[in-house]
Design a protein around this ligand. Structure first.
Ligand code: BES
Ligand code: ZN
Length: 647
């Protein structure tokens, strides 16, 4: 790997060299020092080009001006590293992806630097020369002047016309998994963590993944204001986040506000205020105190590709969670849980992503059970199992991406993303929980999070931590049981894991109704679902999706009109019904489907609909995509292009 990068450095073309001094010198310099082998910790993340085994990030300061006219972030980033080798490493290699870098200084002095050729899908490594190296443990500071470019995949810019109240522009970031490198040069790996200072100037309010600090007005120009934030808990680069737009805030809990466009504020407040404090209380009882100070939610514009993103201090959330029925607040329980699983204790590379998402899904379900009653745990797990079955059937039961530990060498983590790490991860933890017994597992939970707080780990370290804990626990029966755990199978066997017995209390009525629909003479009535929660209706719809023989177009339409699904504000329900309509080839629903695809960017909804629409009417699928592609963030756009075979 290093050899290859080295070889590429010999191919450098002169125009790419932007250092003020002799380009030839840079050339020779990089070659010479690149030959020094990395001696310290071998990096275990295959999705970064950074030499983070030689230098370790400590603190990052970003100084950015939000330029809405040019749709760029402009400014500089200050990176403080510690040397892990004793003067042996003479260059720092960082991840970048389509950044316009204009200068690099090492401890205040200009230095040689170069951006190497791209290594797809990881971007282009920035090599910075540190001529004399640095003694082990000592610090070096890089000051990099830069601008983002039009190819920046980590930022989504919107003109006023594309926002809720059409008055102001908007920008938001999404860095997970490897998009931070498109905003600033970084050791873009979850294996290392940095504290952050944010100095952001913008004409509009800013939120970021740090605690707001009051700022004086120096440095303001043309109506721009300076917004400052500090993140004192070390975080990996993928948790860097900012957003700026016409934002208003309202209180939703003791430690929490919701931020969104002023026109949407009241609904957002209502959606969250009943549950926010309860979620925090349950999570703190289950694990330990919340470590980050505030927990807030930013409700983003509808193009956002995810349900939620666990950016510290400010979870970013899709507006589809504001469904007017408080039925999608589990997304908040999920993102809040990441404050421990992922943000405090995180996976060392995306190969062990289940440590983030599996743990978080487990904690989310424990919170759901504590707030809504024990059967809620199984109710959510049943919905999850269906999603897992869908993923395994789309990917194929032998597919690498259906393993708990996924080989990511040469892989774009976005391609490997699916429900598998969530649900297979959940099922692994739930299996361990049942194996040792809830009472005992609950003692392991805080132990695990204490042990790994502020660190990153892989699955093997998880295994060791679990075994060590229960070996020292003093319970012979448990000791015997844990000796039987088939770790290899659980880690590497593709396809579905063993299915546990679920408590079906909340789903029985939903499945009974679906059963009735198997009879083509069944005459439905709105009363059928009167007593259902929206999520029970969802389970019913998912059961219909699973029929071996799809409904006829007529029956599907009857279902939609009788139960009034298309007029629901709940996009989960609407999109689940549209999948049924597509299975039934009900063309009457095409306009509604096209409308939804053009107004929501959340991949969970958009991907299954494109997949089905493409099977049924490829021209319409392509046309819909062409019409909507500028609305989608890069992630959604890229995934749909692949799905439609356009890339
Ligand atoms: N961290 C994820 C979102 C993510 C994953 C973004 C990978 C980019 C790459 C977030 O915590 C998440 O899991 N969101 C879910 C919420 C759901 C499981 C409640 C989503 O977006 O659907
Ligand atoms: Zn998550």
């Amino acid at each position: 790997m290093r050899g290859n990068i080295l070889f590429r450095s010999i191919q450098l073309t002169l125009p790419k060299l932007k250092s003020p001094s002799s380009s030839l010198l840079v050339h020779i310099h990089l070659r010479r020092f690149s030959f020094i082998p990395a001696k310290s910790m071998a990096p275990r993340d295959p999705n970064t080009l950074a030499n983070y085994g030689e230098w370790r990030i400590k603190h990052t300061t970003v100084n950015f001006k939000v330029n809405f006219e040019k749709q760029r972030l402009q400014g500089s980033v200050l990176l403080e590293f510690n040397s892990l080798t004793d003067k042996k490493s003479r260059e720092i290699i960082l991840d970048t992806n389509h950044l316009a870098i204009s200068s690099v200084k090492v401890d205040g002095a200009n230095t040689q630097w170069v951006i190497e050729d791209r290594v797809e899908p990881y971007g282009a490594p920035l090599h910075v020369s540190v001529p004399d190296g640095v003694p082990q443990g000592e610090a070096v500071k890089l000051d990099i002047a830069l601008e983002t470019t039009e190819h920046c995949v980590g930022l989504q810019w919107m003109t006023p016309a594309q926002t809720g109240n059409k008055k102001h522009p908007y920008v938001y970031s999404q860095c997970q998994a490897i998009l931070a490198r498109s905003i600033f040069p970084s050791q873009d790996t979850p294996d290392v963590k940095s504290t952050f200072t944010f100095n952001i100037t913008s004409p509009l309010p800013v939120v970021a993944s740090g605690v707001p600090v009051p700022s004086d007005t120096k440095g303001e120009e043309q109506g721009d204001k300076l917004f400052r934030f500090e993140q004192k808990v070390p975080i990996p680069s993928y948790l860097f986040a900012l957003a700026s737009g016409d934002l208003a805030t309202a209180r939703i809990g003791k430690r929490s506000v919701v931020a969104t466009g002023p026109e949407a504020l009241e609904d957002a407040k209502w959606e969250f205020e009943a549950d926010m404090d309860k979620f925090l209380e349950v999570a703190e009882n289950l694990i330990f105190d919340y470590q980050w100070g505030e927990y807030n939610v930013l409700v983003l514009p509808p193009s956002f590709a995810y349900g939620g993103m666990e950016n510290p201090i400010f979870t970013f959330a899709t507006p589809t969670v504001i469904s007017g029925d408080r039925q999608n607040v589990d997304v908040i329980a999920h993102e809040l849980s990441h404050s421990w699983s992922g943000n405090l204790v995180g996976c060392a590379s995306w190969e062990h992503f289940w440590l983030n998402e599996g743990w978080t899904t487990y904690l989310e379900r424990r919170i759901g059970a504590a707030v809504h009653g024990e059967p809620q745990f199984d109710f959510s797990a049943i919905i999850g199992w269906k999603a897992l079955e869908d993923s395994v059937s789309v990917l194929g039961a032998d597919h690498e991406f259906t393993k708990l530990i996924i080989n990511h060498k040469g892989v774009d983590p976005e391609d490997a993303f699916s429900t598998v790490p969530y649900e297979k991860g959940f099922h692994f933890l739930y299996y361990l929980d049942r194996l040792v017994g809830r009472e005992h597992f609950d003692k392991f939970i805080p132990h695990y999070f204490h042990t790994w707080a502020n660190k990153s780990l892989d699955s093997f370290e998880f295994k060791q931590t679990f075994l060590n804990f229960f070996e020292a626990y003093g319970n012979a029966e448990i000791k015997e049981k844990i000796a039987q755990i088939p770790w290899e199978d659980r880690f590497y066997k593709p396809g579905l894991p063993p299915k546990p017995e679920f408590n079906t209390a909340y789903v029985d009525t939903c499945l009974a109704l679906a059963e009735k629909w198997k009879n083509e003479d069944y005459q439905p009535s709105p009363k059928d679902i009167e007593s259902f929660s929206a999520n029970q209706t969802l389970v019913f719809l998912q059961a219909i999706q699973n029929f071996p023989k799809p409904l006829s177009a007529e029956r599907s339409h009857l279902l939609g009109t009788t139960y009034n699904v298309t007029s629901s504000k709940n996009v989960e329900l609407k999109s689940a019904y549209y999948v049924i309509a597509l299975q039934a080839q009900d063309k009457q629903e095409f306009p509604g489907i096209v409308e939804l695809l053009g107004s929501v960017g959340r991949m969970k909804f958009v991907k299954p609909l494109y997949r089905k629409l493409n099977e049924l009417d490829r021209d319409l699928a392509i046309k819909t995509f062409q019409d909507s592609k500028d609305f989608y963030p890069s992630t959604t756009r890229g995934q749909i292009e692949k799905l439609l075979g356009l890339k």
